[in-house]
Design a protein around this ligand. Structure first.
Ligand code: TPP
Ligand code: MG
Length: 334
């Protein structure tokens, strides 16, 4: 099948399959790590993204490997989408030497420059100005690579966000600001911290296009992101894309989400992209057996990567000061 509502976003069966594969891998990764933490198998922490899978899947399809990405603590699904190998992601979460940062970064500090992932940050909003700097560098270097920074709804209340988007619009930089609006910042619902109805409305104030999209619909989200990426690559400047979604697990592994009203949780369950997207695919000629196999293959890949990571040694003691400062600079304490 082919979906051809916008020229930039033609979706063949192969591309729809890729979207679903990425979603299944992200969901399997989240579930495996969360279950492992809950039963005491893993001593680590994650900020679950179960429910938000459609957004990174769309993002991954819209980006080239050399495009830059900055994400957050809730970004394991973004790493999957950008092509970071599962062993490198899980290796970082579990702190073993096969991690992307040799197990020294942890969940909050995964970077994988070979795949364009330049930074993961736990400081809310702080990725925005860094992404603006990366986009400025690309422009000065005459490169057509695009930078995307993803963050939550809460991040759009920070000074860093407002300063960053203003500069990007003023300098017309090749950057896409992708808000994964899951309706909560920690335990605070979005309507308690924002007087405008949509995060995307904030784009108007700095003079850039802003668009709100159903972040549980990977095809619609892909179209919105692809259009923004195309505009940035063609020299048309930045865009704020707000993808509205929900997280079905706590803010962090262990948070029981008591602040989320039961009715809201039930209502949002009906929009879980891991339920609705397979239904859409079935309506468009996919069969149940092939969808089951995609899901099972993703779970197998995650399980295998966990086994590899668990069998790997922790970072060597001699590594402790390596990769901390500029190349070759090792501080001694004699
Ligand atoms: C500058 C800063 N302020 C506060 C915090 C504490 N904090 C961690 S996550 C979070 C909520 C962020 O919400 P949002 O941006 O919506 O992202 P989400 O966690 O929902 O993905 C807060 C306030 C922080 N890490 N950094
Ligand atoms: Mg949020």
């Amino acid at each position: 099948m082919t979906v051809t509502e916008t020229g930039a976003a033609e979706l063949t069966k192969r591309r729809l399959t890729t979207l679903y594969e990425t979603m299944c891998t992200a969901a399997a990764l989240d579930t495996r790590l969360l279950n492992g933490i809950k039963r005491g198998e893993f001593a680590t922490v994650i900020w679950p993204s179960r429910g938000q899978e459609a957004i990174p899947a769309a993002l991954g399809l819209a980006l080239r490997t050399d495009d830059r990405l900055i994400t957050t603590y809730r970004g394991l699904h973004d790493h999957v989408a950008k092509g970071v190998p599962l062993t490198e992601i899980i290796g970082e979460v579990l702190g073993t030497s096969v991690g992307a940062s040799k197990g020294k970064g942890g969940t909050m500090h995964i970077s994988a420059p070979a795949h364009g992932v330049m930074m993961t940050t736990g400081i809310v909003g702080s990725g925005v100005p860094v992404a603006v700097g990366l986009a400025l560098a690309a422009k000065k270097q005459g490169s057509d690579r695009v930078t995307v920074v993803t963050f939550g709804d809460g991040a759009t209340n920070t000074g860093s966000f407002h300063e960053g988007v203003n500069l990007a619009a003023t300098w017309q930089l090749p950057v896409v600001f992708l808000c994964q609006n899951n309706l909560y910042a920690e335990m605070t619902p979005v309507e308690e911290t924002m007087a405008v109805p949509h995060v995307a409305d904030r784009a108007k104030g700095v003079g850039m296009p802003g668009v709100t999209v159903d972040g549980n619909d990977p095809v619609a989200t892909y179209r919105a992101i692809a259009e923004a990426v195309d505009r940035a690559r063609a020299g048309g400047g930045p865009t704020l894309v707000e993808a509205v979604t929900f997280r079905f697990e706590g803010h962090y592994a262990g948070d029981a989400s008591k602040y989320i009203p039961k009715e809201q949780m039930a209502r949002m369950r009906a929009h879980d992209p891991m339920v609705t997207f397979p239904r859409t695919l079935l309506e468009h000629g996919f069969d149940q057996a092939e969808l089951d196999e995609i899901k099972a293959a993703a779970e197998r890949a995650v399980d295998e990567a966990v086994r590899t990571v668990v069998a790997a040694p922790p970072p060597d003691r001699d590594e402790i000061q390596l990769d901390v400062y500029a190349d070759g600079l090792v501080v001694t304490h004699d």
